[in-house]
Structures are given as C-alpha cells and as structure tokens.
Design a protein around this ligand. Structure first.
Ligand SMILES: C[S@@+](CC[C@H](N)C(=O)[O-])C[C@H]1O[C@@H](n2cnc3c(N)ncnc32)[C@H](O)[C@@H]1O
Length: 393
C-alpha cells in the first residue's frame, strides 16, 4: 500500500505511544558514507531514551541518545535520509520503502494491539561498588530500592552519587589505619544515605570494626537514622542531633565525610575535621553564598556585571581557598568531580589526606592563602573559624 507522510507519521506515533518498539533499522542511505542507522529504546539515568547507532562505511559507529519527547521528530528526520525502514515491534514487523521521489510504500504486519517491549536498562549494566542486589537491606530501608534490589527511578541519581562517593573512599582507604577500630564521622548527614553506605562498605566489604558517627541538626531524621541502624543491626553507628559547630566527636575520627553540607556548613565540616586531626577528609560542598556578597576586588569588579559568572567564579574561589587552607594545615588536597556534571551543579569533591608536610610548606600555603584573601578582599567563614572567632567557649 502506498502511503503519504501523514500515514507514516501516524505509524511512528503508534509504535512510540504503545511502547511496543523493539528495534527500527534505517537502510539504503542517500549519503554513501553511511551504511545504516539502528534505533532502540533504552533506559539511561532512569529515563527512557531512543538510542541511535549509526554505522559508517569507514567502519566507525556513532551513538546518539534522543529523549522520547523528541523521538518522533528524529524518526521523521531519518526517514528523509534513507530508502528503507524496517520496524520490529511486539505486535509484528513493518517494512517501509521510500522512492527517490519521496513516495512511501508501507508493508504493515503490525497487529492492532502491541504490548510494551522491555527497554534495555543501560544504568544496570554499570558495575557499582555497592551492588543493590547484595547490599539491598540498607538501600531498601532507606527507600532507594525495592526488596529485590531494583533501584527506584527517583532515587537513581542519589544511588549513583553514593556509589561514586564510596569509590572515592575506596581509593583513599590505604591512607587510613590498617588495623584496629576505624572511627568515622559524617557531618550534616541528613537521612544518612552516605553514612549507611560507608558503614556497610567498611564493615561488610572491608571487614573492619567501625565506629560511625552521624551528626545533623534535624531531630526527625536523626530519630529515623537511629531506628534504621537498630533495625539493620548496625550496632557501631551512633547518631547525634547537634549543631556541628558545637559538636565534639566522642572518639577521634580517622575519616570525616560530608555530602552537600549547605553553604558555610562545609566550612564547619572542614574546620571540625582539621581540629579533630582526621587523617582523611572527603567533602562535597553544596550551595555557596558568602563570597559573592563580600568580594570587593577592584580588578575583578566587572565580573559583577554577570551574576551567573560571578556565582561560578565565587564557587571556584571558595573551594580553591578551602583547599589552600587545608594545605596550610598539612593536608594534601585534590578536587574531583563526584558524578556526571549534567546531573548536578553541586559536584566538586574535596579530598584531603593528612601528610607529613614540613612547617615551611605549611607556612608557604598559609602565606599564599593570606595573599589571595587580601587580593580578593574577602574574609571567608573558614578563616574566621580558624581564627577562633566562632569557636565554642
Ligand atoms: C543538603 S542536606 C544533605 C544531607 C545528606 N548529607 C545528603 O547528602 O543526603 C544538608 C544537611 O545539613 C544539615 N545541616 C546544615 N547545617 C548544619 C549544622 N550547622 N549542624 C548540623 N547539621 C547541619 C541540614 O540539617 C541538612 O540535613
């Protein structure tokens, strides 16, 4: 049956809306550098997308992921570039032949009803350091996955974030004491996804005796965390409802963790970790508001004309100054990206490991830090903390 483009459009709508599409193959290209393009629905970062694989005559293969909202447009665009389309669905196949004059012949053997096809889950293909099928009890209790270990769509991002954090912890595990009890603090722990994951990783994977402290201002989340730890039998976990500025660890921590402590709370985390002589600090800052209000640097005044750039610059300066201040306390500091930057702007991880740096090196770092503050004409909260201005009496 010959068909006009309207019928083709209806066909594409039907196979996309029903979810019955298994595969679509575009062949007989007009452009001879291309061999064919294949499309299939996959799950990427928790969302369904139409993934196209284009095979070129020179052997190269290109991948393109198209959101489902734009899938129909993309299918129509590809239709103009090929002479044949083969569609495979749960309701049967369909072949479309397109003449050089643009006339379509549709050989449609798709039944009226199609059941949804199973989309390949690209997320699950990745190997995670904490496998939800094995580490499911705590992920389940925290509402991240089902009892069978299937990650809930709305928690995928949190799951990836936590796994990446634990991968980074694994990378610096050798900097922690090799024997004896490991003492760990998670400051501004919130609902404690990270706290439970780190505890699980250190006790179950690394087989260590662990004392884990979680601290947050919110009494309801702390009650939830205490109850969850009790139900899971995680007896080395202890939670405190407290302001981290006034908190003293019952035992000196070897490792201090923090994920998205808001604004200057990250400064308190770093200061608390340093004054507790933590060997390793892993901190992912959150929003920052302090510096944009303080910045008086004449040479940089023009940046204030662009609020977006001002914010980005202040974020970068704030974190760079934090790193320099930690260096002045004898830490070797590096920054890395936590997860795919497309997922969150709050993505910088400060990784600091205490070293035997010489007093000269520390003094030099402190001098560079002071010079930078002088140039920028800022007085960060972290500096005030170190100057004892906000220390508890
Ligand atoms: C954005 S949430 C992050 C929670 C958790 N770390 C996570 O990533 O899921 C920030 C948390 O910091 C806590 N917080 C902020 N300032 C604090 C302070 N001075 N002392 C203790 N907790 C604080 C808040 O109560 C909140 O739970």
């Amino acid at each position: 049956m010959y068909a006009d483009m309207e019928q083709l459009h209806e066909l594409f709508t039907k196979i996309l809306d029903s979810g019955g599409l298994q595969k679509i193959v575009f062949s007989k290209p007009k452009d001879q550098t291309v061999k064919r393009t294949e499309g299939r629905v996959i799950i990427l970062k928790g969302e369904k997308v139409l993934q196209f694989e284009t095979f070129y005559a020179n052997g190269k293969v290109n991948h393109q992921n198209v959101p489902m909202s734009e899938a129909e447009n993309e299918l129509e665009k590809l239709t103009a570039q090929f002479g044949q389309i083969n569609i495979f669905t749960t309701g049967g196949p369909c072949e479309i032949l397109i003449s050089s004059k643009g006339k379509c012949r549709i050989l449609n053997r798709i039944s009226k009803t199609m059941i949804p096809a199973e989309a390949e889950n690209n997320d699950r293909k990745r190997h995670y350091i904490l496998d939800p099928k094995v580490a499911a009890p705590f992920f389940f209790k925290l509402g991240v996955c089902s009892e069978k270990g299937e990650i809930f769509d709305k928690k995928r991002s949190k799951f990836r974030q936590i796994n990446r954090f634990i991968e980074i912890l694994n990378d610096c595990y050798s900097s922690l004491p090799e024997t004896g009890q490991l003492v760990v603090g998670d400051l501004c722990c919130g609902k404690s996804y990270l706290t439970f994951a780190a505890y699980y990783f250190l006790t179950e994977v690394k087989k260590r005796d662990v004392k884990m402290y979680g601290v947050d201002l919110k009494s309801d989340v702390i009650s939830f965390c205490r109850e969850t730890a009790r139900e899971l039998g995680f007896c080395g976990m202890e939670f405190f409802c407290a302001n981290i500025l006034e908190f003293d660890f019952p035992k000196t921590p070897h490792l201090v963790l923090s994920l998205h402590a808001c604004d200057i709370a990250t400064d308190i985390v770093l200061y608390t970790a340093v004054r507790s002589s933590a060997k390793v600090i892993l901190s992912t800052p959150c929003c920052q508001h302090e510096m944009a209000n303080q910045l008086q640097c004449e040479q940089l005044h023009f940046v204030k004309e662009h609020s977006l750039l001002l914010q980005k610059m202040c974020d970068a300066f704030t974190d760079a100054l934090r790193c320099k201040r930690l260096e002045a306390e004898g830490y070797k500091v590096i920054t890395l990206e936590l997860i795919d930057p497309e997922e969150t702007p709050k993505n910088i991880m400060i990784k600091a490991i205490k070293t035997d740096s010489t007093p000269e090196k520390r003094d030099k770092a402190l001098e560079e830090y002071r010079e930078a503050l002088e140039f920028l004409k800022v007085h960060p909260f972290l500096d005030k903390l170190f100057a004892h201005e906000h220390r508890k009496s």
